[in-house]
Design a binder for this molecule. Structure first.
Ligand code: PMP
Length: 430
């Protein structure tokens, strides 16, 4: 494969954009090589500027559950754009998308649309603080919630620790109110709540953490978290930016049968356009301006193009029962992969839930904690990533990221992917 045009564009971009990109992971830093500049996507495929075509499992980091350039989504955007791209006034698509969200997600009674997942989590935390009159928040080790200052806090393993900033430019003051506790560690959370519960406004977590590899909640864990939050009057926020409309129309909360107080959404609800949302109990949501005293606003919030894309995507997901088919595809992929990974037992592990999967280079036979993900061999992942790319398979360029299936991925795509994984593992692991 030749990557000359991507290399040229990257060189140009390096002189104009920090690191040549607008979001750090895109830069291929952890896998090496030049980031590819994509020019086109269709269904399960993306094509770069050098005309190399790949089966895509990054899928724009999750939003494209219907595949690239889904005809319904494209048509909705096209029709809407012809009538204007933004008004800065209410638009009928806002309550229309809100109705789908409220009817689908068990705990959401009211919702506010924003333009990114970061905005959603940042605003939900402000709302929880306004609602409770408390300052502190709890974040779970390894969960990512976007780049708001107080959420960019290093994860302290073991018992809860006071957070320290994870990024330059985040002040100690900003990090001070963020308490960190390990995911799946109920005892540590209980101990933290006993000590600090009355000062904690919110606990935010990804119900299914997907930003530090894929970690599934231990049996009963989410229920325990729910109970502890209720006992101490802590607002429980499920960050479902990835899991929302991915694990089913009702997201992880429906999947596991646990109702948070607030939920943050993004990715799929915008059908591939920039959208985020936060919603939940009506009494808490009533605190948001203009109804209440918690301020939050946005010039392009509820943008008609993004709302139209979201309505088209969510309606299609429901109408076509896409999640059922996706669950089958996920199971098929796992089944086909089993004999392949069995050949390399003790060296590689594939984990999945519905249409999400993750490949770890580890000797462990299960991964349930962030510390275990830290122990995985990311150099092997980098070599594996390169081999997959050379075989026409585009994985997200980091071993900490998950892969996403879409309704556009066919059984043939899965077969080709499994064959490529087989060949790549043979080369990388020998
Ligand atoms: N929450 C979660 C769970 C995410 O995965 C992400 C982004 N990957 C965010 C929040 C932030 O969303 P955005 O990148 O749209 O700001």
């Amino acid at each position: 494969m030749k990557f000359e045009k991507s290399e040229g564009l990257y060189k140009k971009a390096l002189g104009l954009l920090p690191g040549g990109v607008d979001s750090p992971v895109r830069a291929f830093k952890s896998v090496g090589g030049t980031p590819l500049f994509m020019k086109e996507g269709s269904g399960s495929r993306i094509t770069d500027e050098d005309d190399n075509t790949f089966i895509d499992y990054c899928m724009s980091w999750g939003p494209l559950i219907l595949g690239h350039a889904d005809s319904d989504v494209v048509e909705a955007v096209r029709e809407t754009a012809l009538k204007g791209t933004s008004f800065g006034t209410p638009h009928r698509f806002e309550p229309e998308l809100a109705e789908i969200v409220v009817q689908s997600v068990p705990s959401i009674e009211k919702v506010r649309f924003v333009s990114s997942g970061t905005e959603a989590t940042m605003s939900a935390i402000r709302l929880a603080r306004g609602f409770t009159g408390r300052d502190k928040i709890v974040k779970l080790d390894g969960c990512y919630h976007g780049h708001a200052d107080f959420l960019l806090v290093a994860a302290g393993s073991g018992l809860a620790t006071f957070g320290t900033p994870d990024s330059a430019g985040v002040t100690e003051g900003n990090a001070r109110d963020t308490l960190v506790v390990s995911y799946n560690d109920t005892a540590a959370l209980e101990e933290l709540m006993k000590r600090e519960g009355d000062n904690i406004a919110a606990l935010i977590l990804e119900p299914v953490p997907c930003n530090y590899g894929l970690i599934l909640p231990n049996e009963g864990y989410l229920k325990e978290v729910r109970e502890l939050c209720s006992r101490y009057g802590v607002v429980l926020i499920f960050d479902e930016v990835i899991s929302g409309f991915r694990l089913g129309m009702g997201g992880a909360q429906e999947y596991y049968g646990i109702k948070p107080d607030l939920t943050t959404l993004g990715k799929i609800i915008g059908g591939g356009l920039p959208v985020g949302a936060y919603g939940g109990r009506a009494d808490i949501m009533a605190m948001i301006a203009p109804e209440g005293p918690v301020y939050q606003a946005g010039t392009l919030s509820g943008n008609p193009l993004a709302m139209a894309a979201g309505i088209a995507a969510l309606s299609k997901l429901k109408r076509d029962k896409v999640h059922e088919a996706l669950a089958q595809k996920g199971a098929l992929m796992q089944e086909r992969l089993r004999p392949v990974t069995d050949k390399h037992k003790g060296k590689v592990l594939v984990k999945g839930i519905e249409s999400i999967f993750c490949i770890y280079f580890t000797g462990l036979d299960n991964i349930t904690s962030v510390d275990q993900v830290r122990g995985c061999d990311m150099k092997l992942f980098a070599a594996f990533h390169r081999e997959m790319l050379n075989r026409g398979i585009y994985l997200s360029p980091s071993g900490y990221e998950v892969g996403f299936l879409s309704s556009a991925h066919s059984a043939e795509d899965i077969d080709k992917t499994v064959k490529s994984i087989d060949e790549s593992l043979e080369i990388v692991l020998g």
